[in-house]
Design a protein. Structure first.
Length: 394
């Protein structure tokens, strides 16, 4: 049955600005970070590779010049690392140049752009960061990653010497919430912290972060029995949410009304916009379909660049990404799976883990975890709809 979230008074996920419509161009301003998170897909963090302002400027000029290729009505300039705020002065200079050039060219993006950040939060209260935020307040979105309780966060998100970073992040949460009151956080689940999911989501909600986007890592880290442990945690959390009416104004992405159904082949789009709606540029000016194809994220494959800021995009190298959809990269077991909808994938990981140089071989390490999520999701919606009187109890 179709679920009318508005009628039932259920809080829906907040969609980011122009999500699914805007082009996202990612500037990898540094490959350095204060942390060495144990589940991070970046394998080669270093303090050497940092973006030069001339590379950034040349990238901006290319985007402006190639209006036929980059003809999107809106654009998101995404700044990442490593940790992007370690290079806030460079980001400020790049941002000023973007605004200046879009204005000078009377470019449609001048009225429709955003600067986007995902940060570990450690430098959030730095005066230079705060000055930048105030300067760009109406065109900026910032997400701070906090994994939940101190135990869960410090289990994974550690400094180079192994110390946990929870305290250094949490001290900046009130300021962030004041400046971006509707923002949510992103939580990652790995094998060693499954047992902390329920308490971590509760903890984040008690901190005032009402939107928790949470997912299992895509990589091959899962062990036998992890799916049952995940299901148990999510059923426990479902009971807590529904019994306390938290579904009205809180959100956790583990429970979505569209997941756990067969693959919808009438809407056979790729899971993400890699290569189609995304472009990433590294410190040297090389272009990639998305940031998951950068050299310092690859563990088993050679670099797969699709051009550079000097010569432009090589459409022949980019062409395979335009043909990507869920059907073309999924094995038969995924296509025919009864709960295929909502099962995430990562094109970069697919490439890195494939037997050949293909991007069409889907990595399925999260299969059992997705099925566990679907079972808990089914439990959640059945219990909630019974409570709301939409279906009769048995």
């Amino acid at each position: 049955m179709a679920i009318d979230l508005d009628k039932l008074g259920i809080r829906k996920r907040s969609y980011s600005w122009e999500e699914g419509h805007a082009r996202t161009v990612t500037f990898v301003v540094t490959e350095d970070c204060q942390l060495r998170c144990k589940y991070c897909y970046v394998h080669g963090k270093n303090s050497i590779n940092k973006m030069d302002i001339d590379v950034a400027k040349r990238t901006v000029e290319y985007l402006i010049e190639e209006r036929e290729l980059f003809n999107d009505k809106s654009i998101i300039f995404d700044f990442i690392g490593g940790e992007p705020f370690m290079e806030i002065d460079l980001i400020d200079e790049i941002s000023d140049y973007i605004k200046k050039r879009l204005f000078e060219e009377d470019h449609p993006w001048f009225d429709s752009y955003r600067f986007s950040f995902s940060t570990n939060g450690i430098l959030y209260d730095d005066p230079r960061v705060q000055k930048y935020i105030q300067k760009n307040r109406t065109h900026i979105s910032i997400g701070i990653t906090i994994d939940g309780t101190k135990e869960k966060h410090d289990l994974q998100r550690v400094y180079t010497d192994g110390r946990g970073s929870y305290d250094d992040v949490v001290r900046n949460i009130p300021l962030w919430q004041k400046q971006f009151p509707n923002s949510g956080t992103k939580v990652t689940v790995a094998h060693s912290d499954i047992h902390l999911i329920t308490e971590s989501v509760k903890h984040l909600w008690n901190m005032g972060i009402k939107e928790v986007n949470i997912n299992c890592v895509f990589e091959d880290v899962w062990e036998k029995g992890d799916d049952k442990r995940l299901e148990d945690q999510l059923v426990e959390l479902a009971d807590y949410i529904i019994d306390n009416d938290l579904y009205k104004d809180h959100f956790c992405s583990f429970y979505m009304d569209f997941i756990g159904k067969p693959m919808d082949l009438s809407n056979n789009t790729n899971w993400c916009g890699s290569g189609k709606k995304m472009l990433a540029v590294d410190c040297k000016g090389n272009f990639y379909p998305c940031n998951r194809f950068l050299p310092f994220t690859m563990s088993g494959k050679s670099v797969r660049s699709v051009g550079n800021c000097y010569d432009g995009v090589d459409l022949n190298k980019l062409r395979p990404f335009f043909a990507l959809d869920r059907l073309s990269q999924s094995p038969d077991e995924c296509v025919t799976c009864d709960v295929a909808s909502g099962c995430a994938l990562c094109v970069g990981l697919n490439y890195d883990e494939s037997d050949t140089e293909t991007i069409y071989q889907r990595a399925t390490y999260i299969c059992d975890m997705h099925k566990a999520r679907c079972r808990a999701n089914k439990y959640y919606w059945e219990k909630l709809l019974k409570k709301k009187g939409e279906i009769k109890g048995t």
